[in-house]
Design a protein around this ligand. Structure first.
Ligand code: PFF
Length: 471
C-alpha cells in the first residue's frame, strides 16, 4: 500500500543531505523575515525568546522529524498514516501549510530575483529613492507577477527532476556564497557612523515590550526558519541513509540556520540605525536597507548588490524547493501521481495563490480576509498557527503514539551510536513541548489582533481532523 522502502531514493552523500536540509532551513525566513519580525517586535528581547525557542523546542522537533521520516521512509501524510490512521490529518495539515507558505514565499523570491536585475540597472544610483522604489515595485500589478512566475518556473524545473538529481546538486553548488556576502555587508554596516545604536537594539533587551503576541511570533519564526511543523523535515528524513547520525545532523542544521539569522540581523540593524530608518518598516526592510548600504560603497556597490540578491534568491530557492517537495511527495506517495504531473499540479495551484498575494500589495489591497490581505492571510495563518500546532501534533504523536524502543533504535542507529541525551530528548518531546506550545498559542492568540483569523485557522485544523480519512 505504501511506498516500497527498497525503492526509496537516498541522498547521494551525507554532505548532500546536510546541504539540502540546511538549504531548506536557510532562506527568506532568515534574511528577509527574521530582521523585519525582530523590528516589529522590539529587537533584543524578541531575539532572546526566539533563541530559546530554537534551542529548547526547535532542535528536539527536528530530531523527531528526521527520525519519523527515516523510520517510515514516507513523506508527511504517509508517515503519520502508516503508524496510525487517525493521525493522517496531522500530515495533511503539513501539506496544507506547504501550499499556504508557497502562496506568498515565491512572491518574495520574485522580489529578490528582480533585485538582481534592478541592482544592475541603476537602483543604487538614487539612494534616497530606494525605499519609495521598493513600495512602487511591490505594489505594481504586472512587474512583480512576472518575477514571481519566473521564480516559480525555476522551482518547477528543479523539483520535476527528482530529489537527488535536482535538489542536491543545486544546494551543493549554490549555498556557500551567501555566507561570504553577509560577512561583507556586516563589516560595511558596522563601520557606518551611528551603527552602535543598532548593536544596542540587537543586544540590549527591553522586556517591557514583550507580550503573549511576541512569544507566539518568536515561536512561529523558530518553526518557519527551521522548516519545522509541517512535515518538510519528515520528508527530507525519509530520504536519509540508515547510517547517518540524526542528532548530529539536526544540530548542524539548527546551528547554521541560527548563525545566518543572527548574521542577517547584524547586517541590517546597525546600518538601519546609521541611516536613521525605522526598524518597524515591515516586509520591505531587507530590500531597502541592504541596497542603501551598497549605495554607499561607490563603484563596486552594484556588483556586490547583484551578487547579494543572487545569493538570496538561491537561498530562497533551496527552501521553496523543499516546500514544493512536501506537496509533490504527498501526491506521489499517496495519490500515486508521477513526479512531473504532481509538480505541475502543485505549482499551478501555488501560482494562483501567489498572484493573489502579489496583487494584494497593490491593486487588490482593499480585499480583506478576516481583516488581512491575501499575503498576510497565508503568512499569518501558517506562521502563527499551522506550524506551531503542526509541531505540537508531531510531538504528541512521537511521544504518545510511537514506541519508545523504535525511536531509540532510529535515533541511535540501532544502538550503534551513543546518544546519552535520548531520555532528556524523549521527555522534552513527550511532556514539555506540547504543553509549552499550547500555553504560548493560547497566550498569543489572546494578545494579538487577528483573533478571527486564528479561530478560522483552528477550525481548518478541526475540519482536517474530521475529513482526514479521505486524504
Ligand atoms: N525555512 C525556510 C526559510 O527560513 O526561508 C522556509 C520554509 C521552508 C518553511 C520549508 C517551511 C518549510 F517546510
Amino acid at each position: 500500500m505504501q511506498t516500497n522502502k527498497a525503492q526509496r531514493e537516498n541522498w547521494g552523500t551525507r554532505f548532500g543531505f546536510l546541504m539540502a536540509a540546511t538549504g531548506s532551513a536557510v532562506g527568506l525566513g532568515n534574511i528577509w523575515r527574521f530582521p523585519y519580525i525582530t523590528g516589529e517586535n522590539g529587537g533584543s528581547a524578541f531575539i532572546i525568546i526566539y533563541l530559546l525557542c530554537i534551542i529548547a523546542i526547535g532542535l528536539s522537533i527536528m530530531i523527531a522529524e528526521f527520525a519519523v521520516g527515516r523510520r517510515t521512509s514516507l513523506s508527511a501524510v504517509g508517515a503519520y498514516k502508516s503508524q496510525n490512521e487517525n493521525w493522517t490529518f496531522a500530515g495533511a495539515l503539513g501539506v496544507l501549510s506547504a501550499f499556504f507558505i508557497m502562496g506568498f514565499y515565491p512572491v518574495v523570491g520574485g522580489w529578490s530575483l528582480a533585485y538582481v536585475f534592478k541592482s544592475a540597472t541603476g537602483l543604487l544610483a538614487a539612494p534616497e529613492a530606494i525605499s519609495s522604489a521598493f513600495d512602487a515595485f511591490a505594489g505594481a500589478t504586472i512587474e512583480p507577477l512576472i518575477w514571481t512566475i519566473i521564480y516559480m518556473v525555476i522551482n518547477v524545473i528543479i523539483v520535476a527532476k527528482g530529489i537527488s538529481g535536482g535538489i542536491e546538486k543545486a544546494s551543493k553548488v549554490l549555498m556557500p556564497a551567501l555566507f561570504a556576502l553577509l560577512v561583507i555587508v556586516i563589516i560595511k554596516g558596522i563601520n557606518l557612523p551611528g551603527a552602535s545604536e543598532g548593536l544596542a537594539y540587537l543586544f540590549k533587551p527591553d522586556w517591557s515590550q514583550v507580550t503573549g503576541g511576541t512569544v507566539l511570533a518568536a515561536l512561529g519564526q523558530s518553526f518557519f526558519t527551521l522548516s519545522l511543523g509541517m512535515g518538510c523535515m519528515i520528508t527530507y528524513g525519509s530520504y536519509l541513509g540508515k547510517q547517518e547520525r540524526i542528532p548530529a545532523d539536526a544540530t548542524s542544521v539548527v546551528a547554521m540556520d541560527t548563525m545566518v539569522a543572527i548574521m542577517a540581523g547584524l547586517a541590517i540593524f546597525p546600518a538601519l540605525f546609521a541611516f536613521g530608518m525605522e526598524p518597524t518598516a515591515g516586509p520591505g526592510l531587507v530590500f531597502v536597507v541592504v541596497p542603501a548600504i551598497f549605495a554607499h560603497m561607490g563603484n563596486v556597490g552594484p556588483l556586490i548588490s547583484i551578487t547579494f540578491f543572487a545569493a538570496l534568491t538561491v537561498a530562497a530557492l533551496t527552501s521553496s524547493m523543499s516546500l514544493l517537495e512536501v506537496a509533490v511527495s504527498y501526491l506521489i506517495d499517496e495519490k500515486k501521481m508521477n513526479r512531473k504531473t504532481a509538480t505541475y499540479l502543485s505549482a499551478g495551484i501555488m501560482t494562483v495563490m501567489c498572484i493573489l498575494s502579489s496583487l494584494s500589495m497593490g491593486s487588490l489591497s482593499g480585499i480583506k480576509l478576516f481583516g488581512v490581505n491575501f499575503f498576510d492571510f497565508f503568512d499569518i495563518l501558517t506562521d502563527k498557527i499551522f506550524l506551531a500546532i503542526g509541531g505540537m501534533l508531531l510531538t504528541i504523536f512521537v511521544g504518545w503514539f510511537m514506541r519508545k524502543e523504535d525511536l531509540k533504535n532510529e535515533i541511535t542507529n540501532n544502538g550503534t551510536l551513543p546518544f546519552g541525551l535520548f531520555g532528556v530528548w524523549y521527555n522534552i518531546v513527550k511532556y514539555v513541548i506540547p504543553v509549552v506550545i499550547a500555553v504560548v498559542a493560547i497566550a498569543g492568540i489572546a494578545a494579538i489582533e487577528q483573533k478571527s483569523l486564528m479561530l478560522f485557522g483552528l477550525l481548518v485544523i478541526v475540519l482536517l481532523g474530521v475529513f482526514s480519512r479521505k486524504l
